[in-house]
Write a protein that binds this ligand. Structure first.
Ligand code: B12
Ligand code: SF4
Length: 559
């Protein structure tokens, strides 16, 4: 295993030809390489809206880690994202790669093993480098046939390996955040600027919660790597994305963006000075959110927050001193959509108290709610602790340790089978009580608009105005369909949706009524069709991407 300080170097340096690849698909099926139908490559459908049937939000995200690496090396480099085994094989055969870098997380270890085998067979002169969270697997070197296994931040490692300038500024790739979005049986059009741009200011999180792999992988408590230290730097990166991709909304992929208040406030000052009415989706812990007045968040453009909502009895410092239900309500009333994240199967959970704990989580009434099993993952303090106590279960395939199925450790009070039952119940209960996330989101957007439509900062008004175009057109139609859909299955939710529709019509008038009545019935039909398709086994897979940078064909390349 190598860290940057002891990184070997490739003899060809920046002339080495590099292939960077994610693991091969298809993903949403059970197979010998570790794909699982329950573990598709879809963020929301996998772990957030999976119980919401035709209302589930479905989309893909690119493999940003290798996109970042490709952008920051000057060697000729191909990036292969979501390949099939066949196109991985043909790429290996078509171009004499000096280095093949494979990016993976732990669940996909079986695929990494197969890809290493393929490289040895089809491109025996290539050096194999494996990086990403899979590198935290104990004994990985004996499980796969790789030359280098890289733990932690990969840009610095790769730069050093290819003898590049380690201190060069980090160039940010242009990343469209979500792809092939579907909801209610409709694929949303992909027009320039229609989707947010992903911005990655840092990796890691200094909070160091015991179960958290993203924190531990980049050094654990107190540690993280900032790619952009200041608000000014971040502002420049965002301006670039704005002009290159035509976006005004950003998905900020930083585990705890709001924790770095100085940087955020500097960014806000720049946004104000240049009249940027940007929107921002961020991850933040409750203790970080509390560092801001809600108006500051709104002015910063925060329109969506992903926040951990662990049980108040769990004693995580990020939640200390916070009434998370009040916080959630307050954020939503200010037009900030909240995505809660709750862990099922914490140490203090028992069959007797777990339902009450889930009810408590559901009672937050978030826009979206992710549920995950408490899962000791290699590399984390929790894994170490459970291993030392002899509580890790033997014989569990790494492909099944994704937090959406059953426990991988012996819980003090809850059995493996019950862990799945409680997890499934949490998703079901959230949907039953709070209705589809699309409806909840519309509720938050309307509240935000009502509160800020006369706000003195014109940028804020502009942002809400922009977001609300959908509320009075497409979303109004979606709500019509939702109300009708739920009338038979959940009258209470249907009535709540009806009430929201009434308020929207009152606020926006004829346009929203027209959209609802004309397009609503079509959406009701497509939603039901989608549910029939999914019930018949339809799954979705991301497309393959092949992107070359600094490229020179092998035949023209000086050896
Ligand atoms: C986007 C994302 C996804 C996307 C997938 C994107 C993709 N194309 O694979 C979606 C939403 C589909 C997804 C799904 C899942 N994910 Co996910 N995901 C993330 C997330 C939020 C961001 C990843 C990212 O881009 N980070 C930013 C980049 C810059 O960091 P990075 O990827 O780690 O890359 C750096 C280094 O790792 C390294 N590196 C990476 N690759 C390589 C390759 C080489 C050669 C080298 C040298 C270095 C290197 O260098 C990079 C730059 O520093 C992370 C959390 C996080 N904050 O990282 C979780 C995370 C990666 N996911 C995780 C998990 C568990 C899953 C799921 C199993 C969970 C689930 N049940 O839903 C599924 C698996 C799906 C599947 N079938 O594979 C875990 C991985 C845990 C582990 N130890 O393996 C993470 C860390 C979240 C967590 N804390 O639990 N995920
Ligand atoms: S606050 Fe969130 S990202 Fe940070 S260590 Fe805890 S769980 Fe991980």
């Amino acid at each position: 295993m190598s860290s940057v300080s002891e990184t070997p170097v490739h003899p060809k340096g920046t002339r080495a030809r590099v292939l960077l690849t994610s693991v091969f698909g298809p993903y949403a099926q059970d197979d010998e390489f570790g794909s699982r139908a329950i573990n598709p490559m879809e963020l929301y459908h996998n772990q957030v809206t999976r119980a919401q049937g035709g209302f589930s939000l479905r989309m893909f995200h690119r493999s940003w880690g290798i996109m970042m690496i490709q952008q920051n090396i000057s060697a000729p480099c191909t990036l292969l994202d979501f390949p099939t085994r066949e196109n991985f094989a043909s790429e290996l055969k078509a171009n004499a790669y000096d280095v093949v870098g494979i990016s993976s997380i732990i669940v996909n270890l079986g695929k990494v093993r197969e890809m290493c085998r393929m490289v040895r067979e089809l491109s025996p002169d290539s050096v194999i480098v494996v990086g990403g969270h899979v590198a935290a697997t104990p004994g990985l070197g004996h499980m796969i046939d790789a030359d280098h296994i890289v733990r932690g931040e990969g840009i610095a490692w790769m730069r050093q390996y290819l003898v590049e300038d380690l201190n060069a500024p980090i160039r940010h790739p242009e990343i469209v955040s979500g792809l092939k979005t579907r909801i209610m049986g409709i694929k949303l059009p992909e027009k320039k600027g229609g989707t947010a741009a992903t911005i990655i200011p840092s990796v890691g999180c200094p909070m160091g919660c015991n179960f958290c792999t993203t924190s531990s992988f980049f050094g654990g408590k107190g540690k993280f790597t900032n790619f952009y230290e200041t608000g000014d730097e971040l502002y420049d990166v965002m301006c670039h994305a704005e002009s290159a991709l035509g976006v005004q909304t950003f998905f900020v992929m930083d585990e705890n963006f709001l924790l770095h208040r100085e940087r955020a406030m500097q960014l806000l000052a720049r946004m104000k000075a240049d009249h940027k009415a940007w929107g921002m989706a961020v991850f933040a812990s409750a203790n970080a959110i509390r560092k801001y007045r809600v108006e500051e968040l709104v002015e910063l453009g925060v329109s969506w927050i992903w926040m951990g909502l662990e049980s108040p009895r769990s004693n995580y410092s990020k939640l200390r001193g916070t009434d998370s239900r009040m916080l959630t309500r307050n954020l939503r009333e200010n037009g900030i959509r909240v995505q809660g994240s709750t862990i099922i199967g914490l140490e203090h959970h028992t069959p007797d108290n777990i339902r009450e704990e889930i009810e408590y989580a559901v009672d937050h009434g978030t826009d979206f709610h992710q549920f995950m099993l408490y899962t000791p993952v290699p590399g984390t303090p929790l894994y170490k602790e459970m291993s030392e106590q002899g509580r890790m279960l033997d014989g569990i395939d790494l492909a099944d340790i994704h937090g959406q199925d059953k426990f991988n450790f012996r819980h003090a009070a809850i059995s493996r089978d019950d862990s799945k039952r409680f997890l499934d119940w949490a998703f079901w209960r959230d949907f039953e009580r709070n209705g589809p996330s699309l409806y909840r989101m519309c509720q938050t957007m309307l509240q935000g608009w009502q509160r800020y439509k006369n706000y003195p900062d014109l940028r804020v008004r502009e942002r809400f105005e922009r977001e609300n175009v959908k509320l009075r057109t497409a979303y109004a139609a979606a709500l019509w369909a939702s109300e009708k859909y739920f009338r038979k299955v959940n009258r209470e939710v249907s009535e709540q949706i009806h009430e929201l529709r009434r308020e929207i019509a009152q606020e926006f008038g004829t346009m929203s009524r027209l959209a609802a009545n004309l397009v609503g019935p079509v959406l009701l039909w497509t939603t039901r069709r989608e549910e029939r398709r999914v019930a018949a086994g339809k799954t979705y897979e991301p497309p393959t991407f092949l992107e070359r940078r600094n490229w020179v064909a092998a035949s023209e390349y000086p050896h």
